[in-house]
Design a binder for this molecule. Structure first.
Ligand code: ATP
Ligand code: MG
Length: 297
């Protein structure tokens, strides 16, 4: 039987251990860029949203350079519904005709982006909201799939604006809308944008927060989590259809960013409170970690 004094001692020891366990990670990652894609699906619960926001401010306060890229699928769907426009998807990408593009831009850039910016600022961070158009961050080109509308891919990227912001202590918050050479807006999958930004900045980590535990062998059974896999294994999972729907752009962008020098890519469950801190600052690995090859550390 543990008496009160013993219990308090144990609780204090745990707290101290967690804090002290974080030190080597804080030292290792100081000054390094971490690109966090915050998925629409993990943004629904307001309490959870607060913990994600606090974690991002925490990263910035201990010397990392977080960059947030956000989705907003559920909010776009709810506005499309209000306006009587049907939401459609093909291979995990939103079919984006001209009226849908208007709604995507208004909701992502006007509402979701500014809400995240305001929350980070309330939590004591200094956030600046951007989309691909700001500072010519991203130039878009059509993604090319038949009948998908204004779905874009990243044609080129200029990270000058992001460097200017992070060097001055700001936390950039990026919406995945960008224009082509003619000024036409395109809806780019936010995972893709996060992956390209991570690659262009040679980020330490790309972290995709979503609403499942990670990549699952059977997506209906959380106990089938795949904790670690390399580029080839990830490609195979798409080929065999284990990875489907919204998980396809995630795995593709992780693979691309790893091939371009990002050290590690993680698909994490945004429903677990403080999953970001757990993954970055503790010895407990959660979710799925993708690496270039199992043979390199
Ligand atoms: N093998 C798999 N393991 C886990 N999830 C999978 C798998 N295959 C498909 N999925 C689906 O992928 C979904 C995650 O992608 P989704 O695009 O819905 O979320 P998000 O990217 O976080 O949100 P948003 O696109 O709005 O930013 C999961 O909810 C799951 O239904
Ligand atoms: Mg998605």
């Amino acid at each position: 039987m543990v008496n009160d004094t013993e219990y308090i001692k144990q609780a204090e020891a745990t707290r101290v251990r967690v804090l002290s366990e974080a030190l080597p990670y804080i030292q290792q990652f100081a000054g390094r860029t971490v690109v966090v894609k915050y998925g629409g699906a993990a943004m629904k619960d307001s309490e959870l949203k607060d913990t994600v926001i606090r974690d991002i401010v925490f990263l910035s306060c201990v010397g990392l350079r977080p960059i947030v890229v956000h989705g907003g699928g559920p909010e776009i769907n709810s506005w499309l519904d209000k306006l009587g426009i049907e939401a459609q998807f093909k291979n995990g990408l939103r079919v984006t005709d001209a009226p849908t593009m208007d709604v995507v831009e208004m909701v992502l850039v006007g509402r979701v982006n500014k809400e995240i910016v305001a929350l980070i600022n309330q939590a004591g961070g200094k956030a600046v909201g951007l989309c691909g158009k700001d500072g010519n961050l991203i130039k878009a080109r059509p993604q090319g799939q038949e009948g998908i509308g204004f779905v874009g891919d990243v044609s080129s990227i200029d990270v000058t604006i992001l460097n200017t912001l992070v060097e001055n202590g700001y936390i950039p918050v990026v919406s995945s809308v960008a224009a082509d050479e003619t000024g036409q807006s395109y809806n780019i999958n936010a995972d893709t944008v996060a992956g390209e930004i991570a690659a262009a900045l040679n980020a330490e980590k790309l972290i995709l927060l979503t609403d499942t535990r990670g990549i699952l062998e059977n997506y209906k059974d959380p106990s089938t989590l795949i904790p670690k896999l390399d580029i080839q294994e990830a490609r195979d999972l798409i080929g065999t259809g284990v990875v489907a729907g919204g998980m396809i752009p995630k795995v593709n962008c992780c693979v691309r960013s790893l091939a371009q020098g990002v050290k590690a890519a993680h698909i994490l469950d945004g429903r677990i409170p403080h999953s970001l801190l757990l993954e970055i600052f503790t010895d407990v690995g959660i979710g799925t970690m993708l690496v270039g090859s199992h043979f390199t550390p």
